[in-house]
Design a protein around this ligand. Structure first.
Ligand code: NAD
Length: 334
């Protein structure tokens, strides 16, 4: 098949070429959007990543250009209008799990860095400043942690925290995981998690139900000083509400690998540019905010698995086999 691969970085191309395939892949640097969709003209398949924008009008243009398959090389599918794809007879496939360990381990890394000020210590010691003032942290052991979304990633995070660090883990999910309950994780309503936890880590998908899960109202009910970690999707948090809560101390720290408006900035080197996003700039000014640029997935194992599963999905489609990793509109309501 002829595949237009949007948002391609050199590491994507390397991992796909290492896996190898019989498909004809065009490596395109731009993100898919209404402005760039003409690049897909004549390609039967497009391969998309997290910040490509496949809203209804883009899908209509893709269909008019002959595209029949959207192959997401990520797990989340909030950036694709699934109903529009279905209406145009277009199949959508994804990589449901490439390495949940990659994201879970990074989540713990972010949490530890934030509560023990490791990122600050790193820059200090490089300037021969070995003083400890301002680096005081707290033990994770014994703390109450809320894990929202206990699917592949959240379950690993919950296990590491409960069994590894000796935290008390409260969880919220629309489905309960009995294996987690067996190790002592307790499912509780979101309201209880918000009111009781010292730390909250977000691992549910972005859906209409979870959009701005943390907003001005829920943030006001947090324990003062709560730490929030988000490696899931930026729009789970109302960023403006988070900024207000950081100013008052209601939020004691925020570690994010994802950001609501990340599509305009993440994955690019903007170090010589003037960032136009005032909200992101404000966020990065707080001493107790740690931002990474959607990096949690980024391990050798995950890149290899993404290439393997994505090309496997495309092979299945090309051969007319059932699509094990198809995403249907009903999935949004999950
Ligand atoms: P998953 O599908 O295995 O788990 C998601 C869990 O969320 C499921 O258990 C589901 O029941 C639950 N859920 C769904 N709706 C909910 C709701 N309204 N309230 C509470 N829970 C709800 O997904 P996963 O592989 O664990 O990934 C979780 C999220 O992590 C993805 O949706 C994706 O957005 C994000 N992600 C981020 C990165 C990164 O690099 N930062 C990489 C991969 C995935």
């Amino acid at each position: 098949m002829r595949i237009a691969m949007f948002s391609t970085k050199p590491y994507d191309q390397r991992s796909f070429e290492e896996r190898g395939s019989s498909h004809d892949i065009a490596w395109l640097e731009p993100r898919l959007s209404a402005e760039t969709v003409s690049l897909a003209q004549g390609f039967e398949a497009v391969c998309l990543f997290v910040n490509d924008d496949a809203r209804a009008e883009v899908i209509a243009a893709l269909a008019a250009g002959g595209t029949r398959l959207i192959a997401l090389r990520c797990a989340g599918f909030n950036n694709v209008d699934l109903a529009a794809a279905e209406a145009h007879g277009m199949a959508v496939v994804r990589v449901p799990a490439y390495s949940p360990h990659a994201v879970a381990e990074f989540t713990i890394g972010l949490l530890l860095a934030l509560v023990r000020r490791i990122h600050k210590a790193y820059t200090r010691t490089r300037e021969s400043n070995f003083a400890l003032d301002g680096l005081l942290g707290f033990d994770l052991h014994g703390r109450t942690v809320g894990v929202i979304g206990t699917g592949r990633i959240g379950a690993i995070v919950a296990r590491i925290l409960q069994a590894g660090f000796g935290c008390r883990v409260l969880a919220y999910d629309i489905h309960h995981d009995a294996a987690l309950e067996a190790i002592g994780v307790r499912y509780a309503p979101v309201e209880e998690i918000v009111a009781e936890c010292d730390i909250i880590s977000l691992h549910c998908p972005l859906t209409p139900q979870t959009h701005h899960l943390l907003n001005a109202r829920s943030v006001a009910r947090l324990r003062p000083g709560t730490i929030v970690v988000n490696t899931s999707r930026g729009a789970l948090i109302d960023t403006e509400a988070a900024i207000e809560a950081l100013k008052t101390g209601q939020l004691g720290g925020l570690a994010i690998d994802v950001y609501e408006q990340e599509a305009d900035v993440f994955f690019e080197d903007l170090s010589a540019e003037i960032i136009q996003d005032d909200t992101l700039q404000r966020l990065m000014m707080f001493p107790n905010v740690l931002v990474t640029g959607h990096q949690a997935f980024f391990t050798r194992e995950a890149l290899a698995a993404i290439a393997e599963v994505t090309l496997g999905n495309i092979d299945d489609y090309a051969a007319g086999r059932p699509l094990a990793n198809a995403v249907k509109p009903a999935a949004v309501k999950a």
